[in-house]
Design a protein around this ligand. Sequence first.
Ligand code: NAD
Ligand code: UD1
Length: 337
Amino acid sequence: MKILVTGGLGFIGSHACVELLDSGYEVVIVDNLYNSSIKVLDRIEMITGQRPLFYEIDILNKDALNNVFEENDIDGVIHFAGYKAVGESVSIPLVYYQNNITGSLNLYECMEKHGVNNLIFSSSATVYGNNFKAPFKEEYGYGTTTNPYGTSKMMNEMIIQDLAKANKDLSAVILRYFNPIGAHSSGLIGESPNGIPNNLVPYIAKVATGKLAYLNVFGNDYNTADGTGVRDYIHVVDLAKAHVSAIEYSFKHKGAEVINVGTGVGYSVLDVVSAYEKATGQKIPYVICERRPGDIDSCFADPSKCLELLGFKTEKNLEQMCKDSYNFMEKNPDGIK
Ligand code: NAD
Ligand code: UD1
């Protein structure tokens, strides 16, 4: 089975490629290296002993993308390619819609043209917005998205649902990720954001390795046990494995399914700080500051549909996530360049 992975050199995509290769799939990667390095391809080969076929292509270039389908007999697609910085999406919405919507439309058009009917899409818990109370269930549908990034995920979900209504052979699995963190246990692949990280765990990793002095905790007056925001952190390797389960599921079913991928357990910012300290032996100094606009109290999954349909359950705990995050950061202090 040959799987096309768009954005396959990125954080989640690279881990998914490793799990796909280890499960016996052939992998073809399309990535324009906007937010990744070609060296990740070597790292995937070092981990798995196999080198995926790689096309340095922008999915906005429909002809080039179409050519990948001409040259390869693709059985299924996992679509990670897109922009993901929430704040940036507010400043440059057109760029985000262009990449995340037009890019996706190009891909879906190529799939249709070549009769490829199996799709896994990277969505996000952000589509629940701030309208519901955790644990979030898929049946809640959509909340009010607060930024173009979130809206682009919601729109993609709707487009895929419409495509599945029109094409009864389409099998699409829309995965709503909660908060992926950690890295491969080898320390060869992981998350390496440019500049100062926006997300909690990459920021803590920089504090732990001495690149940043302290963590700013965005508010301690939330309606949670210790007043800091609660999230559902999931190890990126667990998340990557969920994609293998999803692609297997897609070959046995038709239609579009929305599925949460989280652990079902919420941890506060201060829980994560303690876990990181315990897992790594490094002190994480922090100061409490203002809330970050748009943040909600608690966001965690009801993961039961994922278990029921995909037979998938997460295995790695928060301590392992912190350990692997630190291991990657220590081995790659400047990211994978
Ligand atoms: P990432 O930025 O590390 O990976 C995305 C990859 O896509 C990068 O390698 C980038 O170079 C590539 N890419 C971007 N635009 C492209 C284009 N036009 N053509 C070809 N390649 C392109 O991001 P990630 O964290 O691995 O996320 C993967 C997907 O999961 C994204 O769609 C993201 O929105 C979604 N997601 C991520 C998170 C998260 O916390 N990381 C949470 C929910 C959903
Ligand atoms: C963020 C995005 C969300 C995206 C997700 C991907 C925002 C508003 N939301 O979610 O759309 O799908 O990343 O993983 O950007 N925190 C601090 N200090 C920091 C950073 C974060 O206290 O320096 C807190 C936040 O207030 C939050 C928690 O840590 O309570 C997690 O934050 P983060 O890692 O940015 O993820 P989300 O906000 O859940």
